[in-house]
Structure formats: C-alpha cells, structure tokens
Design a protein around this ligand. Structure first.
Ligand SMILES: Nc1ncnc2c1ncn2[C@@H]1O[C@H](COP(=O)(O)OP(=O)(O)O)[C@@H](O)[C@H]1O
Ligand SMILES: [Mg+2]
Length: 196
C-alpha cells in the first residue's frame, strides 16, 4: 500500500516477518541523466540513513531502520498522526518539539525540512521523520532555516511555545538572531522587487 508519493521518494507500507514497516524508496527520475540520477538517489538515501542514525544516537525518537537498500530505507512504521493533522496539539507539544530540535542542533544536525508535515505524534512520543535534506554539521544558517520552516507551518502561539522549548534546551540565541536576519532579508527582497 502506498502511504505517500513525494517529489523525492515514495513511501510504502509493507510487512516484514509480520511486522509493519514503512519503505521509503527513491525511484528513478527519467528527466535526469541516468548516471547522475543513480548517484543522486544513492547518495541521498545514504545521507538520510546516516542522519537518522545520528539523531537516534542523540536520543531523538526517529523510526528505527530495519534494513537499508541502495535506494531504499526500510524502517519501523510509526503508528500515529502527522503534527500538521493534529488539530489539538497544544503548546506543550510544540515546546517539546522545540526542545527536540535544540538536541539535534547541539548535535550538529540541521534537519532541512522541519515542518509540521515531518513530525509524527505517536501516543506520548514525538517522532521526527524525513531526514532527506538533513545536513550533518550544519551551520547557523541551516539551523535558522529549521526554525523558519516551523514558524511558517505553525500558528504564532504554537511557534512561541516551540521557541521557548528550543531556548530552554540549549538552542542558541545566535540562531534566533539569524532567523530574524533571514526574515528581514526576505522582506527586503520583496520590497526591492516591488519598487524595482
Ligand atoms: N516511518 C514512518 N512511519 C509511518 N509513516 C511514515 C514513515 N515515514 C514516512 N511516513 C509517511 O510518509 C510521508 C512521506 O514521508 P517523508 O519521509 O516525509 O518523505 P517526503 O520526502 O516525500 O516528504 C510522511 O508524511 C508520512 O505520512
Ligand atoms: Mg516529508
């Protein structure tokens, strides 16, 4: 059964020895030159698996990897819902997510796509998924972009709680300052576009 079909990968729900797993598969893109396509799919799969492993080492809940193929990651299927569909997620959830992101950042992982579509709630656990764009040893800019993506996908109150959790767990003010700078840059660009 197909769970999701994204630009980069398809996610299938399947069973191995009776256990539910999610298989994230990077299928060929016909518009890319063949050897480049193979190289990209292979390196992104490897990169994602590595980042998931590093996150797990830091104590962050990520789906356990069951098996790794050249272009696929077979992982534990998380039973739960995406944060973006969790209408009742209160500030305490967002505070915990901020704290989780601070753990990743302190461990030098920038997630790269840190939106409410890539966080899953499962019982009392919070899983972070989709490390396809993660950077190990990401700089301040990459970290600030993680905050920016969460800010854009959450409400103002949810984001405030998130930021509180981030700072409360050793997230750096320097990253918040960079976020402010990026947002100003954004506005500046819009204005220059408008005024020519
Ligand atoms: N381990 C998992 N357990 C359950 N569902 C998953 C798992 N991994 C991915 N999914 C589902 O598949 C969707 C797409 O996976 P994701 O890794 O975010 O890929 P994409 O890069 O296409 O966004 C997720 O939004 C989620 O619904
Ligand atoms: Mg995703």
């Amino acid at each position: 059964m197909i769970l999701s079909e994204g630009a980069e990968a398809k996610v299938y729900k399947s069973k191995i020895y009776g256990v539910n797993i999610a298989a994230k598969v990077r299928e060929p893109k016909v518009y890319r030159e063949r050897s480049l396509d193979t190289m990209l799919r292979e390196s992104r799969t490897k990169k994602e698996a590595r980042a998931m492993h590093s996150a797990k080492t830091l104590g962050v809940d990520v789906p356990a990897i069951v098996a790794l193929g050249r272009f696929s990651i077979y992982m534990e299927c998380v039973k739960g819902i995406l944060l973006k569909d969790a209408k009742k997620a209160g500030p305490e959830v967002f505070e915990r997510i901020g704290s989780i992101l601070a753990t990743l950042h302190r461990g030098n992982i920038a997630h790269g796509d840190f939106t409410t579509a890539n966080v899953m709630l499962s019982g009392s656990k919070i899983y972070i998924i989709d490390f396809g764009l993660a950077e190990i040893s990401g700089g301040v800019e990459e970290k600030a972009i993680d905050l920016l993506l969460m800010k854009r996908s959450a409400t103002a109150a949810q984001y405030r709680a998130f930021e509180r959790g981030y700072l409360g767990n050793g997230g750096r003010r320097e990253v918040l300052a960079r976020l402010a700078a990026i947002m100003l840059r954004g506005r500046y660009q819009t204005r220059t576009l408008l005024t020519g």
